[in-house]
Design a protein around this ligand. Structure first.
Ligand SMILES: O=C(O)CCC(=O)C(=O)O
Ligand SMILES: [Fe+2]
Length: 204
């Protein structure tokens, strides 16, 4: 089901690379439609300065039971693994192991953007629960949109990474520390789903 992974280096240091065709187009489309229909996509609100703003996309948080995290005083529990997502996590693990990384993904944030207006603002995935130098792997399904990166110290210009249907993007150690990323609004795009695999350090 998984094609040969020919990694394309986007940055050497910190390591940022992409594998086009990680999922064959037909498999990627089938997975997209399964996820569309099988998951209960949520649009939670975040509070900012005492006001609640619904996030400009939908999401599902999935993983092992111990992969919970605290956010604004709440404990977020992951949903149980959907079998096809668990299977995909296993294949992503294998692909990364072949590249010399030792991932221990125990959770995934699934994002669903209904159109080009839905988006994710500038951020780094650097919550303490993700550890010191997180390794994050993202599968993209559906409409091809660029993920924009910028250096925190502005040492070099910002750049786009296109994320084709079925591709795998890997953000290695140091990417969250040195760069931020965003999925900016873009006209004329259809539905896109991303799955960002992470390792959450359990809270006891
Ligand atoms: O949808 C994307 O590709 C970006 C997702 C992302 O940055 C995240 O889940 O933290
Ligand atoms: Fe992110």
């Amino acid at each position: 089901m998984t094609g040969p992974c020919k990694p394309q280096t986007l940055l050497d240091q910190p390591p940022l690379w992409r594998c086009d065709g990680f999922l064959a187009p037909g498999d990627a489309s089938r997975l997209q439609s399964t996820l569309e229909h099988a998951l209960s996509w949520q649009r939670p609100s975040l509070s900012l300065f005492g006001r609640h703003h619904p996030i400009p996309r939908r999401q599902v948080w999935m993983g092992d039971p111990e992969a919970r995290y605290r956010y604004s005083g709440h404990d977020f529990m992951p949903e149980a693994w959907h079998p096809e997502v668990a299977d995909l996590a296993e294949r992503v693990n294998l692909a990364l192991s072949a590249q010399g990384d030792i991932p221990r993904f125990n959770s995934v944030l699934l994002n669903r953007y209904a159109s080009g207006e839905e988006r994710m603002g500038w951020h780094s995935d650097d919550e303490p629960e993700l550890g010191h130098a997180p390794l994050i792997a993202a599968i993209s399904l559906g409409s091809e949109r660029p993920l924009r990166f910028r250096w925190r110290d502005r040492r070099a210009p910002a750049f786009n990474v296109s994320l084709p249907h079925g591709s795998l993007l890997v953000m290695g150690a140091g990417v969250q520390h040195q760069l931020q990323h965003a999925l900016l609004p873009r006209r004329g795009h259809g539905i896109r789903i991303s799955l960002t695999f992470r390792h959450i350090i359990g809270q006891h």
